[in-house]
Design a protein around this ligand. Structure first.
Ligand code: MTE
Length: 305
């Protein structure tokens, strides 16, 4: 990669947790003093705009999750993901690579550059958060193992260990959870393997010890707790695509103009924030249009949704 992407959201945007709570109390206090009408009519707009770039709290990010291996309720991952053993952890990297093999997570960590990336996350269900991830560029890992000329796609697979993942008792989807990217998407500098959040190791419910994050695509592309990465020349199957291909396409780029067959994607709802939470228009490519639109030049984004 010729360049490194620069955060548009930086560490300065991350309010330390305590300060954030204090500020919320201040705002709540002001609202109580002025009456709810005042905050709704006046202040709320300015504050809501500031919130657009303000990361969600640790509490929000780690208690409202999708990780169906532990159940389908938003609280199930926080309740049950601690049952998953994440140490030791290794990742099988195979297919069209020069150095296939089993890579220990700790060895990968010691050879990668870990940085903070504050990204928007937009779930296909319409909820959205801003998350301060820590991680490394997937391109760095792929370059380390050596991608062969013939490779065109990257396939990913999540751990499937029934003794530690109670959700696997139910055939909600066909386990293991699998996902895929086109090689150029995988090599894009925005695409990271996240290994932590708020400078702490990745909590199990968020996909410990490492999970994919592709910020311009619906959240289900960002597969958690990865145990296998395969370079291939064929478009790989995806967990949700196997479930319903017309609802969950391979690309799944966030797009306000392409609705899910059962709901509109024009708007999203920020998780958390209480009084300040609001519905906002969905952004093309989740706000990363400048960075990624060129990947899809000339493509019919309705057909290749
Ligand atoms: N990965 C696996 N293995 N299993 C899942 O159920 N859910 C996806 C994605 N990755 C999921 C997964 C969905 S739908 C979303 S929106 C994000 O994880 C949520 O990530 P978060 O819980 O860290 O916010």
């Amino acid at each position: 990669m010729a360049y490194r992407w620069k955060n548009d959201l930086t560490a300065a945007d991350v309010t330390p947790y305590d300060a954030f709570l204090n500020r919320r109390q201040l705002i709540a206090g002001a609202a109580a003093g002025l009456g709810l009408g005042a905050i709704a009519a006046g202040q709320a707009h300015a504050t809501a705009d500031a919130r657009a770039l303000e990361p969600n709290t640790w509490e929000e990010i780690t208690s409202y999750n999708n990780f169906y291996e532990f159940g389908t309720d938003k609280g199930d991952p926080a309740r049950y993901a601690h049952e998953m053993t994440t140490d030791p952890w290794s990742i099988e990297i195979d297919g069209m690579v020069d150095n296939p093999g089993t890579y220990d997570f700790k060895d990968i960590m010691s050879s990668m550059t870990i940085e903070q990336r504050i990204y928007r996350l937009r779930c296909v269900e319409r909820w959205a958060m801003v998350i301060p991830w820590n991680g490394f560029e997937l391109a760095d890992l792929l370059n380390m193992v050596g991608v062969q000329e013939s490779a065109k796609y990257v396939a990913f697979e999540t751990l499937a260990r029934p003794s530690e993942m109670r959700g696997l008792r139910y055939n909600v989807i066909d386990w293991p959870y699998v996902e895929g990217l086109r090689l150029d998407e995988a090599m894009h500098p925005l695409t990271i393997m996240a290994t932590g959040l708020y400078d702490k190791p990745m909590p199990n419910q968020n996909g410990a010890p490492l999970r994919l994050v592709v910020p311009w695509k619906y959240g289900y592309k960002s597969i958690k707790s990865v145990v296998r990465i395969t370079l291939t020349d064929k478009e790989p199957p995806t967990a949700w695509g196997k479930y319903s291909s017309n609802e969950y396409g391979f690309y799944s780029n966030v797009n306000p103009n392409v609705d899910h067959p059962r709901w509109s994607q024009a708007y999203e709802q920020r998780v958390g924030g209480g009084l300040l939470a609001r519905r906002t228009p969905t952004l093309m490519f989740n706000g990363y249009e400048k960075e990624v639109a060129s990947l899809y030049e000339g493509m019919d984004l309705v057909k290749y949704h």
